[in-house]
Design a protein around this ligand. Structure first.
Ligand SMILES: [Zn+2]
Length: 234
């Protein structure tokens, strides 16, 4: 069943895959099977062992968690678009060096899922003949971003967008720069990508600032002035 558990939010074009629907269907099926096995009027006559029930319950819990974070990701992305439409649109129209559109996939996850001290992660690699084309676990011409759904989630997303904004059109050169500047040396992990000559780091910081300015304007523009970004799953 884990094949169904693919959390994908396709940014901006918001082309959700069928996986979320499959997940919801699977959840309903699992709940029905569990309820049936516990029912005194068990129509199928099939009984689950206690161990099978435990496993089924655990699957149900993980599917519910998946759906919660999927829905949270959807809300956070929508909120980012309201607060900072320009940053959103810049990433929406990003192209690689060859002029090919690159899709950015975002997911917000529980803070425990990222390594200790890490709040966000962007994945983009080179593949094939073209050293200028990105790929991630979502395929060719894609970038993947994972952000901890904490209090600074949207600011972190803006920061990662800044890295992406520079790296996608400069993938080959940046990859060489990265190896030269950071590999074979030991740095604190939060320094990597941020030495004083790293354009990717510079734009990331700039995107963070721009988001913060947009957020201040957003706060000012709403009447009650108390709506903070959603930052946790219920
Ligand atoms: Zn950074």
């Amino acid at each position: 069943m884990t094949g169904l558990i693919i959390l994908i939010i396709r940014l901006l074009k918001i082309l959700y895959t069928s996986s979320i629907n499959d997940t919801r269907l699977a959840l309903n099926d699992f709940k029905e099977v569990l309820a049936e096995s516990r029912s005194r009027n068990n129509k199928t006559g099939e009984k689950l062992t206690n161990n099978q029930k435990r496993k089924l319950k655990s699957e149900i819990d993980s599917l519910e968690c998946f759906i919660r974070y999927y829905e949270l990701s959807e809300k956070l992305l929508a909120q980012f678009r309201v607060i900072s439409p320009e940053l959103y649109n810049e990433i929406d129209s990003i192209k690689d060096k060859n002029g090919i559109s690159t899709d950015v996939y975002i997911k917000f996850v529980s803070t425990e899922l990222l390594s200790l001290g890490q709040n966000a992660l962007t994945i983009m690699c080179q593949k094939g003949h073209s050293k200028s084309s990105c790929f991630s676990e979502y395929g060719k011409h894609t970038v993947s971003v994972i952000v901890a759904a904490g209090i600074k989630a949207l600011w972190l997303l803006a920061h990662e967008f800044g890295h992406i904004m520079y790296q996608v059109p400069h993938l080959a050169e940046y990859n060489e720069y990265y190896i030269r500047s950071y590999m074979q040396k030991s740095f604190r992990s939060n320094f990597i990508g941020h030495n004083d000559k790293d354009m990717s780091g510079e734009i990331a910081i700039n995107f963070g600032r721009r988001y913060f300015q947009d957020y201040k304007k957003y706060r000012k523009s709403i009447k009650d002035g108390n709506k903070a970004p959603i930052a946790s799953a219920k």
